[in-house]
Design a protein around this ligand. Structure first.
Ligand SMILES: [Ca+2]
Ligand SMILES: [Ca+2]
Ligand SMILES: [Ca+2]
Ligand SMILES: [Ca+2]
Length: 425
């Protein structure tokens, strides 16, 4: 089923090398991601020979962790948020692999959080297993189809062991890796979605207790909804048209009606909202014109404790953009936080454990970790004193890797292959 989206594009795009033809060329170099529209075409090409970033004009995606449900902050606003402190990086690996995005999960159910990264240039995913003693081992290396990028972790068959879902850009599909129940994975099964499958969110959108998939198809300009059967297989895709070049996708309940809704960030803008009916179908809703000409990734979570999911987006520059839900599927005025040029990925977590969600972001150009601390009202201030991160920082995830109740960070670099973990003190 293809449902036309009636919202029209409100952003003027003529000054970006935009399209006379509605064709899209995606050139992918690891986390370094270029989207061009300068010719009739095509698909995605992966240049594995030259993982050299050109920060000035390189949109660089980093779908992060997992389902973006709606955590409910319980903290109370209390002025200036406490500043968390992090130890210097623990290097997990430093072999050139052209990493893309990462996601966390306890794959072997030993109580210690592991993570997986997509390795775009070699068409693989790489697992890193937590040894429970503050270190990580390089684990399984599993083949994907061409150009794996967005990755999510969720238990698709309810056996308690998390499975892995990878968006495969050039292949136009998602690759499903089912956990064998011991932290090893069965052979990949692919499900076609649409050209340029870029980001995937795994979450139950139709209240049947079975994980579903929401996939952005950048080349197609569409969104695929795959309703799960609870055994690692899925019903035929329900497809919705989006604005051109959808990249990041996030799922949350924007109007508090109990049904999950979807936000899709299109590369040249805008952000399209789809309101959930609760049965796996969605209705095109608000269209958010943004302050940036290059949207990238997006997260949905309740930042101010009103029970409605808000949005955090990033652009391909220096902006972290916060949109507070009005509670009816529309959003308040964009509030921008400016980091160094080269924002590459975002992750949400309660980093200073005050009960409200904060924002951490990777930065390719500055070797800094960016962190915005929530004052409890959904307004943010910059954290200070964070350790250095690898240059070309790209994928970023967060989780309590050493079980001390404090949220740690994990960052991959798309040049040099650094995979690093930052434990909170
Ligand atoms: Ca584990
Ligand atoms: Ca499972
Ligand atoms: Ca479901
Ligand atoms: Ca809703």
């Amino acid at each position: 089923m293809k449902v036309a989206k009636n919202a029209k594009m409100t952003r003027a795009v003529s000054n970006l090398f935009l399209p006379s033809a509605a064709f899209l060329l995606l050139t992918v170099t690891a986390c370094d991601f270029k989207m061009k529209t300068n010719g009739p075409l095509v698909a995605v090409t992966v240049d594995s020979s030259s993982p050299t970033p050109t920060p000035a004009d390189t949109p660089t995606p980093t779908p992060t962790a997992t389902p973006t449900a709606t955590p409910s902050p319980t903290g109370t606003p209390s002025g200036t948020p406490a500043n968390p402190t992090y130890q210097s990086a623990v290097s997990v690996s430093a072999v050139e692999h052209m990493y893309g995005a990462s996601a966390v999960g306890d794959f072997d159910q030993d109580g210690h959080l592991d993570f997986v990264t997509t390795s775009l240039g070699e068409n693989k995913i790489r697992l890193f297993t937590n040894d429970g003693a503050g270190g990580f081992n390089t684990g399984a290396v599993l083949a994907t189809d061409v150009a794996p990028f967005g990755v999510s972790v969720a238990d698709l068959n309810g056996d308690g062991y998390p499975d892995i879902i990878v968006a495969q850009i050039t292949a136009g599909s998602v690759g499903i890796f089912m956990n064998n129940g011991d932290g090893t994975f069965a052979s990949r099964v692919d499900i076609a979605t649409g050209a340029g499958a870029f980001d995937v969110s795994a979450i139950d959108v139709n209240h049947d207790g079975k994980i579903d998939l929401v996939v952005s198809n950048a080349t197609d300009g569409s969104l695929s909804i795959l309703l799960g059967k609870g055994n690692g297989t899925f019903n035929d895709a329900i497809t919705y048209a989006t604005d051109a070049s959808p990249v990041g996708v996030a799922v949350g309940d924007f109007d508090g009606d109990g049904n999950l809704d979807i936000a899709v960030a299109s590369y040249y803008g805008p952000i399209d909202i789809f309101m959930g009916s609760g049965d796996g179908h969605f209705i095109a809703g608000d269209t958010i014109t943004t302050n940036s000409s290059t949207e990238y990734f997006i997260k949905a979570a309740d930042l101010n404790g009103d029970g409605k999911a808000d949005l955090v987006a990033m652009d391909n520059g220096s902006l972290i953009q916060v949109f507070s839900s009005n509670g009816d599927g529309t959003f308040g005025a964009e509030v921008d936080y400016t980091g160094p040029e080269g924002v590459r990925g975002i992750t949400l977590g309660d980093f200073n454990h005050d009960g409200t969600l904060d924002i951490a972001y990777s930065n390719a150009n500055s070797s800094n970790i960016g962190m915005l601390l929530n004052d409890g009202t959904g307004a943010f201030t910059d954290a200070t004193g964070l350790p250095s991160a690898p240059s070309s920082s790209c994928g970023i995830t967060s989780g309590d890797f050493n079980g001390d109740g404090k949220i740690d960070l994990q960052i991959t670099a798309y040049v040099g292959g650094d995979v690093e973990v930052f434990f909170q003190q």
